[in-house]
Design a protein around this ligand. Structure first.
Ligand code: SF4
Length: 507
């Protein structure tokens, strides 16, 4: 085996393959990634992997790389262990840690774990880096497999996860890719050098794919500040518009010719790109002249509703599947009439009770009564979908008619806004937290420190609260954050509807 110092790791190479500037940041101005739900799912999946492949040498908690390399080497050379978890290898200044190595007579199988449901194209170069380095360290690899989560697995309880792991043999595809690994290393190694300047790379699609880059805020700050609004704020900016602007060096939204602006999209006003362009030109909101009529069709009492749900990855709730979204929280506020005050709100928050879905829907049906419009933002993609899914669950099927009645009363405020309102303060964005920026004196603030700022944070809070290692105090903190966050969403929708009603009163 080679010496024990290294410049690159597999993660570094993956960063560099996505964007060299990202890798430069990793070396010189690293931001530590938050404990996001993807990471937590990965850790939970690792526990199941160890159950399936059995006892062996587990080096995952050992961060002393020279020691891990020695132990890996010794385990390979002796026959004391048939399975090695998180072994380490260095070749060409590059360190890799292998998820699972399984001895098969004189050869080894390399298993790389991903907590997704299937093989993705970006996994092949990723795994090729592992296998290239492992082979170079004189380990005879007979097979290379991706192990991932079986999306069809149904958790029946009792900690029985037989069938959760799917194996996918990818020896041929990975071997073919191994020939590129030396080039990756040669191309990226110099970015680690102390005085290497940061590569100048503009932001683009690569900032979100294959993984959302954690340096996006940094890079946005680096972008030149303009005294005009960029065409890039346009939602669903079509490729021909982008291409035209790039070729003609246009950045200013006002300079985009009308023929490139989108005019139709379901849930949006006709000529909505033009509407956005005009609103920014005049620097004033656009309100559909029909809005008053639209609002008239809604009936009091108004309810404002929001759900939080989680992709468990490794399911812990009985009769649930890995990536079928599990609703665990709702918030509802009621507004009886235009002249009354909104109520204090009701909520539901549970984590892993075996009948959580039944409790969720029963309590929700009670909270929203049987008449009045229910407003929820982006409901077609979230609340309505979750309700449709609950209808199919064995323990909620008897409530299907009531759930259907509830769905009929839902008004999606994303569509309401898309068809009837735009303010330059939204900056091309239609999330509720962007829309409320256009409401004067709206008291809701999503940017409070240490708080939950979005759906992914809410999912992470679910994971923290369901982790047996989390102490009670931390759980209480997270619960408070969750209640506060979900309540903010429902109150934001209330302020939005109230604002639109006031705005159209004298029309
Ligand atoms: S935000 Fe985009 S340009 Fe900036 S480092 Fe990340 S991937 Fe590269």
């Amino acid at each position: 085996m080679n010496n024990k110092s290294y410049k690159l790791t597999k993660s570094n190479i993956n960063s560099g393959l996505q964007c060299k500037k990202k890798l430069w940041f990793d070396f010189h101005e690293k931001i530590l990634e938050k404990n996001n739900s993807r990471k937590i799912i990965g850790n939970n999946f690792n526990i199941i992997i160890r159950k399936k492949y059995g006892e062996g040498l587990d080096l995952s908690n050992n961060k002393d790389i020279p020691d891990v390399i020695n132990q890996t080497q010794n385990a390979i050379n002796s026959d004391k262990f048939n399975v090695i978890y998180e072994g380490a290898f260095i070749h060409q200044d590059t360190l890799v840690r292998t998820d699972v190595l399984i001895r098969k007579k004189n050869e080894w199988e390399l298993l790389e774990a991903k907590s997704s449901k299937s093989l993705k194209p970006e996994y092949i170069p990723d795994i090729a880096i592992q296998s290239f380095i492992v082979r170079a360290c004189k380990v005879n690899l007979s097979k290379i497999k991706l192990i991932h989560i079986n999306g069809d697995f149904l958790y029946k309880g009792n900690n029985n996860y037989d069938g959760l792991i799917s194996e996918n043999e990818i020896t041929k595809e990975v071997k073919l890719k191994e020939k590129d690994v030396l080039n990756y290393i040669d191309d990226l190694k110099s970015l680690a050098e102390k005085n290497k300047p940061c590569p100048s790379i503009p932001m683009g699609n690569h900032c979100k794919k294959p993984y959302p880059c954690i340096y996006q805020d940094k890079c946005k700050d680096d972008e030149p500040k303009n005294n005009f609004t960029s065409y890039k704020i346009l939602p669903w900016c079509p490729n021909d518009l982008r291409k035209y602007c790039e070729e003609n060096k246009i950045m200013d939204l006002q300079k985009v010719p009308e023929k490139f602006l989108l005019s139709n999209r379901k849930g949006f006003a006709k000529h909505y790109h033009k509407i956005i362009q005009e609103a920014h030109k005049k620097n004033e909101p656009w309100i559909n002249p029909n809005l008053k009529k639209v609002l008239k069709k809604f009936s009091f009492p108004f309810y404002f509703m929001d759900f939080e749900y989680v992709d468990q990855g490794v399911p812990i709730v009985k009769n649930t599947k890995p990536y079928v979204k599990l609703p665990f929280q709702w918030s509802v506020h009621k507004w009886d009439s235009e002249n009354s005050k909104i109520d204090n709100g009701k909520n539901f928050l549970k984590f892993s009770d075996h009948d959580i879905e039944r409790q969720f829907i029963e309590s929700l049906l009670e909270a929203v009564g049987d008449s009045g419009t229910i407003f929820a933002h982006s409901a077609k993609l979230a609340e309505v979908k979750r309700l449709e899914e609950l209808k199919e669950k064995d323990n909620c099927k008897d409530l299907a008619d009531k759930i259907d009645e509830l769905i009929k009363r839902i008004e999606d405020t994303l569509i309401l806004i898309g068809e009837n309102f735009y303010s330059p303060l939204m900056n091309g964005k239609y999330k509720i937290k962007n829309i409320i920026k256009a409401i004067p004196n709206c008291p809701i603030n999503y940017e409070e420190k240490d708080n939950i700022a979005g759906g992914d944070d809410a999912q992470s809070a679910w994971f923290i609260c369901t982790d047996p290692k989390t102490d009670e105090r931390e759980k209480e903190n997270q619960k408070k954050f969750l209640l506060d966050y979900c309540r903010k969403d429902t109150l934001s929708v209330y302020y939005l509807i109230k604002y639109l009603m006031e705005k159209t009163k004298n029309n």
